[in-house]
Design a binder for this molecule. Structure first.
Ligand code: NDP
Length: 327
């Protein structure tokens, strides 16, 4: 039988953590044949709450769950880790400037990058969920020089899934009828969900909807869905974010289906004019355990403008963390 895979979750006592841990332990992250060991990282004040979640995990008697460690020490949390889900982050509070937000998150993601560099397993895969996710991933990656940069990714899969759902409702088709949808850029309000390269029933998706709907309804609905959930639920999305994290890692490990791709923020190799080194969302396929950027897509003027605007925001975030000495 297979040795357990070590999965580290930071911010384990938070909302997303609560929705995520049970699915990991049940086998949905890596597959029904893969035993897992969980490492929960929390800040000292939240360790007790994480212990409570661990008690509930015990009470599920999951056959695949081979142990749970809880710590407030990043070094311990990432020692030997194979999959690291960086969920805990410093949220933006009212009146907070972007520089303060980036500095606070630098204080979290720099030591975590260093701990990953020092102790993670050779095959480590890192997914950053905590916002600002792309730039937090960039900070962690910059402090892990011994880990291949491609192992650091940030999550845009929830945006991707939201776009699939909106388009399927609009066209009255199954989500599985939609292929090759892409989220480009930053996981923020500037993200660009691209229907020009997407296909429904083998035909271009953008040609099956009114251009006004695409521009004035679809794009803003996908980009602002998080705020709409907060408005309706009184709390930010958690189960859907956890679900997207599961999808991202599952596909990374197990591959994407032939004839389709998904979206993930990965280190740019300069493709599509995105500066090398930025962690930006692209169309990606997963092959042999690696996410690869889909090449050769045509980018029209409408898309170009929007991709450039989102990438510009990432450049500004990168420059700000550089100035703060965080990368
Ligand atoms: P959540 O579990 O709801 O969210 C965690 C992070 O995920 C936030 O940064 C949030 O960003 C982000 N996120 C990304 N995508 C989404 C999405 N689609 N919907 C909602 N959130 C998204 O936060 P909680 O406050 O419940 O829990 C955070 C936990 O992290 C706390 O227990 C805290 O103690 C812990 N923490 C742990 C650290 C560590 O382990 N070193 C460091 C810092 C915090 P946004 O705020 O923009 O919604």
């Amino acid at each position: 039988t297979q040795a357990p895979v070590n999965v580290t979750v930071t911010g384990a006592a938070g909302q997303i953590g609560y929705a995520l841990l049970f699915r990991i332990a049940s086998g949905q992250l890596l597959g029904a044949d893969t035993p897992v060991k969980l490492r929960l990282l929390e800040i000292p004040q939240a360790v007790k709450a994480a212990e409570g979640t661990a008690m509930e995990l015990d009470d599920c008697a999951f056959p695949l769950l081979k142990g749970i460690d809880i710590t407030d020490d990043a070094k311990k949390a990432f020692d030997g880790t194979n999959v690291a889900l960086l969920v805990g982050a410093r949220p933006r509070t009212k009146g907070m400037e972007r520089g303060d937000l980036l500095a606070a998150n630098g204080g979290i993601f720099k030591p975590q990058g260093e701990a990953i560099n020092a102790g993670a397993a050779d095959d480590v895969r890192v997914l950053v969920v905590g916002n600002p996710a792309n730039t937090n991933a960039l900070i962690a990656q910059a402090h892990a020089p011994d880990v291949p940069a491609e192992r650091f990714t940030a999550m845009t899969r929830l945006d991707h899934n939201r776009a699939l759902s909106q388009l399927s409702a609009k066209l009255g088709v199954a989500v599985t009828d939609i292929k090759k949808l892409t989220i480009w850029g930053n996981h923020s309000a500037t993200q660009y969900p691209d229907l020009f390269n997407a296909e429904v029933g083998g035909k271009v998706a953008a040609e099956q909807v009114e251009q006004e709907w695409l521009k004035d309804t679809f794009i803003p609905t996908v980009a602002k869905r998080g705020a709409a959930i907060i408005e309706a639920r009184g709390a930010s999305s958690a189960a859907s974010a956890a679900n997207a994290a599961i999808d991202h890692v599952y596909d990374w490990v197990n591959g994407t289906p032939e004839g389709d791709w998904t979206s993930a923020a990965v280190v740019s190799d300069g493709s599509y004019g995105v500066p090398e080194g930025l962690i930006s969302s692209f169309p990606v396929v997963s092959r042999n355990g690696r996410y690869e950027i889909v090449q050769g897509l045509e980018i029209g003027e409408f898309s170009r403008e929007r991709i450039d605007a989102s990438v510009q925001e990432l450049i500004e975030e990168r420059d700000a963390v550089k100035q703060l000495g965080l990368i």
